[in-house]
Ligand binder design. Structure first.
Ligand SMILES: [Zn+2]
Ligand SMILES: [Zn+2]
Length: 89
């Protein structure tokens, strides 16, 4: 009785390829003007003087809940729509 057909679980092996091809990915938040990309430690300051990473909250100050429709780039100092920072097709 050799009906021991094992249905081996075929786990898809994640192909981890380090191509060093950074920059073509679609989900980087960037300044629409200079393409500067914010890091986790970057901070923006609200009118209420609270400072936080505005991209953590989609432009909403966690302290006073003000929705920032525009975000200033700390690199080129241009203001642009918060939504324009997110990748779009
Ligand atoms: Zn605030
Ligand atoms: Zn910029």
């Amino acid at each position: 009785m050799d009906r021991e057909i094992e249905s081996a679980p075929k786990a898809p092996e994640p192909a981890i390829e380090e191509t060093g091809d950074v920059g073509t990915g679609g989900d980087r938040i960037r300044c629409p003007y200079c393409k500067w990309s914010p890091a986790a430690h970057d901070r923006w300051t609200c009118d209420c003087r609270h400072s936080w990473n505005t991209f953590d909250t989609g432009g909403v100050c966690p302290k006073c809940l003000l929705q920032w429709m525009h975000t200033q780039c700390p690199n080129c100092l241009q203001w642009s729509a918060h939504s324009a920072w997110y990748p779009q097709d």
